[in-house]
Ligand binder design. Structure first.
Ligand code: NAD
Length: 319
């Protein structure tokens, strides 16, 4: 398949590498020039439990150059475009490449948070949007170098709920790359479960500076995390998804017990002075809760604290 990764940071690089290794024609489109240059020069280095591999053959472009290439004689739009920017950049990124999205292009979001389909639908025909959730982890180590340890999976569906040949083709490409992909009509349940998990752990670690395991240093840490999970699950249920709190609470407690030394991505973004995904995680839950009349005091408080920290981090450096 002819596949484009729009946003080739940690996740886009991992997926791009795996898909290229499986023989697909992969293009990485990103705005991070140093990363693209390193891949063009040496291939993409992927560290995994299987060892370290240098993956050759990935085409790399900045958005406007890629659009030019597709629109030039002989160019062709991809069959699958996977969006892996941070959620706050989705719409701008997609608008930047809208001229290279053809009538046959399926557009897939496996990003975290709520509202991803709505953002894609502002630019592409909703009938061509795929949505899913992935548990694969990835970290960008440096330009041209990504690491992913442990196993993961992907669950996806067509956003309009239909089953099409294009959906099957996208799922089978991801499966062929060893990414454990299955089509699942209960994707929205999985999305809400992951939002509940992230709304609790990402924000608590961001605000306190704790690693995930350090949340166990006081009883308040796990208790507050579980309170947030219960609130988010209540909003999911009021939205019509019969998400059970028990399994998410178990995952949160397991992460606190097992993820020693881990700083979630939101905490890493805050630390690096980058904007976080707070608006598509806690922010989106709070907005939905308000519309449905569900009380989410802990989720809201954490959202406000992260937004405040983010605003402070954006201040110009003194002097
Ligand atoms: P990342 O910050 O490593 O990568 C995002 C990339 O998007 C960057 O390389 C950035 O340069 C690029 N980008 C920004 N604006 C762009 C634009 N206009 N055009 C093209 N590229 C642009 O983020 P990530 O960790 O790969 O996460 C991507 C998404 O996947 C997020 O929603 C995240 O929550 C989700 N996710 C991450 C993980 C993980 O382990 N990293 C796991 C599951 C889901």
């Amino acid at each position: 398949m002819n596949i484009v990764l729009l946003g080739a940071g940690a996740m886009g690089s991992l997926f791009g590498a795996r898909l290229a290794q499986a023989g697909h024609a992969v293009t990485l489109v990103d705005i991070a020039r140093a990363h693209l240059d390193a891949i063009a020069a040496h291939g993409l280095r992927l560290d995994s439990d299987a060892g370290s591999a240098q993956v050759p053959g990935l085409a790399v472009f900045e958005p406007k150059d890629w659009v030019g290439r597709v629109q030039a004689p002989g160019g062709r739009a991809p069959e699958l475009l996977i969006v892996f920017t941070k959620t706050l950049h989705t719409e701008a990124a997609l608008r930047g490449v809208a001229g290279a999205i053809g009538p046959q292009t399926q557009v897939l979001s496996l990003q975290n948070g709520l509202g991803n389909v709505e953002k894609l639908a502002a630019v592409v025909d909703p009938a061509r949007i795929l949505v899913g959730v992935t548990t694969w982890p990835a970290d960008l180590i440096g330009p041209g170098h990504v690491a992913s340890h442990g196993a993961g999976s992907i669950r996806l569906m067509q956003a309009d709920g239909r089953r099409s040949a294009a959906l099957e083709q996208a799922a089978s490409a991801l499966q062929s790359a060893g990414l454990n992909c299955e089509i699942d009509e209960r994707v929205w349940h999985a999305v809400w479960e992951k939002v509940a998990f992230n709304a609790a752990l990402n924000t608590l670690c961001t605000v306190t500076g704790c690693t995930v395991d350090q949340l166990a240093l006081a009883e308040d840490g796990p208790e507050l995390a579980l309170e947030i999970v219960q609130e988010v699950v209540a909003v999911a249920r009021a939205s019509g998804f019969d998400v059970a709190p028990g399994p998410v609470c178990d995952k949160v407690l397991h992460a606190i017990a097992a993820h020693a030394g881990h700083h979630p991505s939101m905490a890493q973004d805050m630390q690096a002075g980058r904007p976080t995904e707070i608006d598509s995680i806690n922010g989106a839950v709070v907005a939905r809760a308000e519309a449905l009349g569900v009380a989410v005091p802990a989720t809201r408080t954490l959202m406000r604290l992260v937004r405040l920290m983010q605003a402070r981090a954006a201040l110009p450096a003194p002097g």
